[in-house]
Design a protein around this ligand. Structure first.
Ligand SMILES: Cc1cc2nc3c(=O)[nH]c(=O)nc-3n(C[C@H](O)[C@H](O)[C@H](O)COP(=O)(O)O)c2cc1C
Length: 387
C-alpha cells in the first residue's frame, strides 16, 4: 500500500468501542437490505480475518415481535459471528421497546443498531426512516424505549443529515441520542432527498463529531476503496467508518480495509478466476442459508453484475448468468469466461445505486411542527423486514 500513509500522527486511531465490543480496526459493514444477510456477512468476515463489525439488514420491529417467518430467518447469525449486530427499523416506541426486550430475553444479538436513514417513499410517506428524526419528541421516545429495554446491550443509531437542505436534523438528533444513552452514531452524509446521488458530505460527519464528543461517531458515504476509509478518518476525525455499496460484489474490500488500517501492504486485486470462485462460494452460502440450492442461486443473481463490473464479459453471457438456477450451471457458465483477466481499471469506483435528487414523500403537514407527533402511528411500520 505504497503512499497510503496510514493515519496522520495527530489522529492515532484508538480502537472503536461499541459498548463492551472492541472493533479493531474500526470498520463496519453497512446494513443493506437484501444484501447483508448471514452469507454475505460471513464472506466479508472471511476476508477481514474476523476483524470489523458486520451489521444485519434491517429488521422491522413489528415483524419481529409478531415472529414473522421471513423475519425470523433474517435474524439468523452464523455460529462464527461475534458480536452479532442486528439493525432494527421501527416508528412506534412501544413496539421498538418490545422488539429490543425480545432480543435481550432470547439472546438474539449482542448489539442493536436503529435505522433512521431509509429514504424510500413507502417508508417516508408514513413518517419513518430518514424523515423521522425531524419529529424530535418521537425520535427521543424511540431511543428512550430502545435503550431502556436493552439491558447491557449497546444501542447505536444510523441516520442521514436530514430530510433536505432546508430541514437538516443530524445535530439535534445527535444531541438527543447522547441524552438518551445511545452508544454510538453513524452518519450517512446525505439528505433523504439525495437518496444515493451526488457526493456524501463528509464535513457533516466532522461537525457531528465536534457536536457529540461524548460518544463515537462513525462516518458513512462514498468509501469505495481502503484509501477512502483512511481519508475519511483523517478529514473528519470520525471514530470509525461504515462501508456499504463499495462491498457490493467485492466482499474482499474488507481484507483491503483491514490491511490499510494495520499499515500493511495492499492485497493484490483478484483476477476474474478468483472472483468467480468467490461468486460460487457466495451462491453456495446463500443456498445453505435458505436451505435450498436453487433458491440460493436465484437470490445470488442480483449480485452477478456487481461481481463482473468492468470485466470483459459479453452481454449474452451476462444475460445467461442472470438467469442461472443451479450451482452446476453457474460454475459451468463461469468456466466459459476468460478467467485470466486481471482486475479491471476503474472497477474500484462507485457501484450500486447512485441516483438521487428525488422529492421526499412525506405525510401531510409533516414539516409544520417538528414537535407535533400526532398522526405518526403503528401503521407507519413495515410488514416485512429486509429488502
Ligand atoms: C441495496 C441497499 C440497501 C440498503 N439497506 C439499508 C438498511 O437496511 N439499513 C440502513 O440503515 N441503510 C441501508 N442502506 C444504506 C447503507 O447502509 C449506506 O448508508 C449507504 O449505502 C451509504 O453508504 P455507501 O456510500 O458506503 O454505500 C442500503 C443501501 C443500499 C445500496
Amino acid at each position: 500500500m505504497d503512499g497510503m500513509t496510514a493515519l496522520a500522527p495527530s489522529s492515532p486511531h484508538a480502537p472503536l468501542a461499541i459498548g463492551p465490543h472492541t472493533v479493531q480496526p474500526p470498520v463496519v459493514l453497512a446494513p443493506m437490505a437484501g444484501i447483508t444477510n448471514a452469507p454475505f456477512r460471513t464472506l466479508c468476515r472471511e476476508f477481514s480475518g474476523g476483524k470489523g463489525l458486520f451489521v444485519s439488514e434491517m429488521i422491522t420491529t413489528r415483524a419481529l415481535v409478531e415472529r414473522n417467518e421471513k423475519t425470523m430467518q433474517l435474524i439468523h447469525f452464523d455460529a462464527t459471528e461475534t458480536p452479532r449486530s442486528i439493525q432494527l427499523y421501527g416508528v412506534d416506541p412501544v413496539t421498538v421497546g418490545k422488539a429490543v426486550r425480545m432480543i435481550v430475553d432470547e439472546d438474539l444479538a449482542d448489539h442493536i443498531d436503529l435505522n433512521f436513514g431509509c429514504p424510500v417513499p413507502k417508508v417516508t410517506r408514513k413518517g419513518g426512516g430518514s424523515v423521522l428524526p425531524y419529529k424530535r419528541p418521537l425520535l427521543r421516545a424511540i431511543l428512550h424505549e430502545a435503550v431502556g429495554n436493552a439491558g447491557d446491550l449497546p444501542v447505536t443509531m444510523k441516520m442521514r443529515k436530514g430530510i433536505d437542505d432546508d430541514h437538516i436534523t443530524f445535530l439535534d438528533a445527535g444531541r438527543i441520542a447522547v441524552e438518551e444513552g445511545v452508544t454510538a452514531i453513524a452518519l450517512h452524509g446525505r439528505t433523504a432527498a439525495q437518496h444515493y446521488g451526488g457526493t456524501a458530505d463528509w464535513d457533516a460527519i466532522a461537525r457531528l463529531k465536534e457536536h457529540v464528543p461524548e460518544i463515537p461517531v462513525l462516518g458513512n458515504g462514498d468509501i469505495w476503496c481502503a484509501e477512502d476509509a483512511l481519508r475519511m478518518m483523517r478529514e473528519t476525525g470520525c471514530d470509525g467508518v461504515v462501508v456499504g455499496r463499495g462491498c457490493l460484489g467485492r466482499p474482499w474490500l474488507f481484507g483491503d480495509l483491514v490491511a490499510a488500517f494495520e499499515g500493511g501492504g495492499e492485497p493484490a486485486a483478484p483476477t476474474l478466476r478468483e472472483v468467480a470462485e468467490v461468486m460460487v462460494r457466495h451462491a453456495t452460502l446463500l443456498g445453505e442459508w435458505i436451505g435450498d440450492e436453487s433458491r440460493g442461486v436465484v437470490d445470488f443473481r442480483k449480485h452477478v453484475a456487481w461481481y463482473l463490473k468492468g470485466f470483459s464479459v459479453g452481454s449474452e453471457m451476462r444475460k445467461r448468468l442472470a438467469v442461472t438456477s443451479s450451482l452446476d450451471e453457474l460454475g459451468a457458465q463461469l468456466s466459459e469466461l476468460d478467467l485470466d483477466q486481471s482486475w479491471p481499471v476503474g472497477a474500484d469506483g462507485p457501484r450500486g445505486r447512485t441516483s438521487g435528487n428525488n422529492r421526499v414523500v412525506l405525510p401531510d403537514g409533516w414539516l409544520k411542527d417538528p414537535y407535533d407527533c400526532a398522526g405518526v402511528g403503528e401503521d407507519a411500520e413495515l410488514d416485512t423486514s429486509g429488502g
